[in-house]
Design a protein around this ligand. Structure first.
Ligand code: GCU
Length: 329
């Protein structure tokens, strides 16, 4: 009897040691995002997951949940803030409501080229914004991904701001996007990305604004046949981590996550450019017309005052805008 008792106890002890060793061996982090699995950002985050596993010797496992399975961007951000979710891929427009520093990326016509954009996101300024965190906000930035430049698309060409007068345009829940569309003279309507296809189809909105790939990857080209390349913003995608998870990592693990994040950003850069080129060809086959004779000067005239207004809103914003502009010289 006694022997059985001891054996059982031993078995139990062995089991619990085994269990805690396994638990210590891997921290599982769920990552939520709202895109499909064929897009560059998903592939780059798979690369990130692999690198995190490699650099931490399997101590951290990242599991990706695409297609908004765990919630739309807003819902995922709230889960990240509360510590119920480890990672989310969102973008700077959505993040504006969670940390005002990200609003700098939503200022129209701030970047003059993709090279300028990369100088910012892969350099000191980008890292400084990612590192911004605060207990109440509950998250920290890990890395950026290219999401191209955003332009208006709908059922007719938008060559000048006058063409958008009174048009209902879907925007992300970003005060800057709302403001920009208002300044142009259109009506901003915030709608989550996943609901946009049917909103365009049913005429809840007449237009939207995004990169060319949304026409194909989100099939918006089926319900919006004219894409006018005014290229008003370059809003990066952003991978963020819950502060509750981040603070539990060792300094070495944090370093590994950052390194994997940076490398995955550089990995996505070419994937993005290639996919965009391919998607433009596909969009044309879907019947989308691309308009390039845009009166950009007229658009700029309407929206550039936003830069001054942002600079006046805080010394930090003024400093960031100034540094970003100086980088371009
Ligand atoms: C881009 C971006 C997404 C975002 C979407 C939107 O596609 O990559 O993160 O959700 O724009 O307009 O909502």
């Amino acid at each position: 009897m006694r022997k059985i008792f001891w054996l059982a106890k031993l078995g139990l002890v062995t089991m619990s040691v085994g269990f805690s060793a396994a638990a210590a061996a891997a921290i599982v982090m769920k990552l939520s995002h709202n895109q499909g699995t064929e897009v560059p950002v998903h592939k780059a985050m798979q690369f990130f997951a692999d690198k995190v596993g490699q650099y931490t010797n399997g101590e951290i496992k990242v599991r990706i949940y695409p297609n908004a399975q765990l919630g739309n961007q807003r819902e995922s951000m709230e889960l990240v803030q509360s510590g119920a979710l480890a990672l989310a891929k969102t973008n700077a427009a959505e993040l504006e409501a969670f940390d005002p520093l990200y609003s700098v990326y939503n200022l129209p016509y701030l970047f003059n080229s993709r090279a300028h954009f990369y100088q910012v996101i892969s350099g000191e300024i980008g890292a400084e914004i990612l590192g911004s965190h605060d207990k109440d906000r509950g998250f920290i930035g890990i890395t950026y991904y290219d999401a191209g430049s955003r332009s208006f698309y709908g059922h007719k060409p938008f060559r000048t701001p006058a063409d958008l007068h009174g048009v209902k345009v879907r925007v992300q829940p970003s005060p800057s996007a709302v403001k920009m569309v208002q300044l142009i003279g259109a009506h901003p309507t915030p709608i989550p990305f996943g609901e946009l296809y049917s909103a365009l189809q049913q005429g809840v909105v007449d237009a939207a604004e995004n990169n060319e790939s949304a026409l194909v990857d989100a099939r918006h080209g089926e319900v919006a046949k004219t894409y006018s390349r005014d290229q008003h913003t370059m809003v990066p995608d952003v991978l963020v981590m819950s502060l509750q998870y981040w603070n539990k990592l060792t300094p070495q693990q944090q370093k590994a996550v950052r390194k994997a994040g940076y490398e995955s950003m550089m990995y996505q850069k070419d994937l993005w450019a290639r996919r965009t080129r391919e998607n433009i060809v596909k969009a044309k086959k879907m019947g989308v017309t691309f308009i390039d004779d845009i009166d950009k000067a007229a658009f700029k005239k309407k929206v550039l005052p936003m830069q001054q207004e942002a600079a006046d809103s805080s010394a930090k914003m003024a400093e960031l805008i100034d540094r970003i502009k100086r980088l371009n010289n």
